[in-house]
Design a protein. Structure first.
Length: 198
């Protein structure tokens, strides 16, 4: 079995909320069997907000084949197989633009409490792999951008705005001056994919 992999998220720009809760979102990719992988989503909710929709951009022969339903969850009421809106809001600002595979999406519409809005909440999404694909195929696809995961997050902080987040470093971010980049160096670990020690 492959070692679980932590996946961090970064906010898609331009953003709406004055507070950025990206550091409190995590997905853990694990191997359920030789043909099934699992993504487990959590939100520490230090800044109050609710992960309300989850999207997958599964491109270039990426390894996911089908979403298994019903979804496993605690403290949330997600349904799998579609979302409203149908694509990650603001995803057109990414390069390449985010294009959700609709049948892989999950939606917790309505009251923010229906989504992942407390540290105790979690959601697990299991996927059957395509023919000839493995857990390592999924890890590689995330690392090279063939598989991207998007979160639509509502009711952020005191403003109550919504924003979108994508795994890794959004490629549309405009390069910053060297002095600003130095200040951000300590934050780089938030949005990287890293193997967990077992």
């Amino acid at each position: 079995m492959g070692a679980p992999v932590d996946i961090g998220f970064a906010r898609v720009t331009p953003a709406n909320a004055p507070q950025n809760p990206a550091a409190q979102f995590k997905a853990v990719l694990s191997e359920v069997s030789s043909s099934v992988v699992r993504f487990r989503f959590t939100n520490t909710a230090v800044i109050y907000c609710s992960i309300s929709e989850i999207y997958y951009d599964n491109r270039n022969s990426a390894p996911l084949s089908s979403l298994m339903t019903p979804l496993n969850q605690f403290g949330a009421t997600f349904t799998g197989g579609g979302a409203n809106p149908g694509n990650l809001p603001g995803g057109q600002n990414l390069s390449p633009a985010f294009s959700a595979t609709a049948v892989f999406s999950a939606d917790a519409q309505g009251n923010p409490a229906n989504g992942l809005d407390t540290a105790a909440d979690w959601l697990e999404m299991d996927f059957v792999l395509g023919a000839g694909k493995t857990f390592n195929s999924v890890v590689d696809a995330i690392a090279n951008g063939d598989l991207r995961i998007g979160l639509h997050v509502r009711a952020i902080g005191t403003s109550g705005d919504s924003d979108s987040f994508v795994n890794g470093n959004p490629p549309n971010v405009i390069p910053l001056p060297p002095a600003a980049l130095a200040g951000l160096a300590g934050l780089a670990g938030v949005a990287v994919l890293r193997r967990r020690r077992v």
